[in-house]
Design a protein around this ligand. Structure first.
Ligand code: SF4
Length: 71
């Protein structure tokens, strides 16, 4: 069975991630949440920060860079 495809967009729809210039996309604390209507939200899992910070985040004390992709 093929995995579900999540579609993104500047407004949470389409092919591109919302707020592509946000540093959250490079942070280990980011979780992408998709609503039942297909919108995608950037959720922060860093416990001392708001779950849904105003986007785009350009600087953040909780930022931890994702490790480089392997393979
Ligand atoms: S810790 Fe900061 S940079 Fe990382 S996902 Fe949360 S808000 Fe974004």
């Amino acid at each position: 069975m093929a995995p579900a495809t999540i579609r993104f967009g500047g407004d949470g729809r389409g092919d591109d991630p919302p707020f592509p210039d946000a540093i959250c996309h490079r942070c280990v604390h980011l979780r992408l949440i998709r609503s039942g209507k297909g919108s995608v939200f950037l959720m922060c899992k860093e416990p001392t920060l708001p779950k849904y910070p105003p986007q785009p985040v350009r600087a953040c004390r909780g930022f931890v860079p994702k490790p480089p992709a392997t393979g």
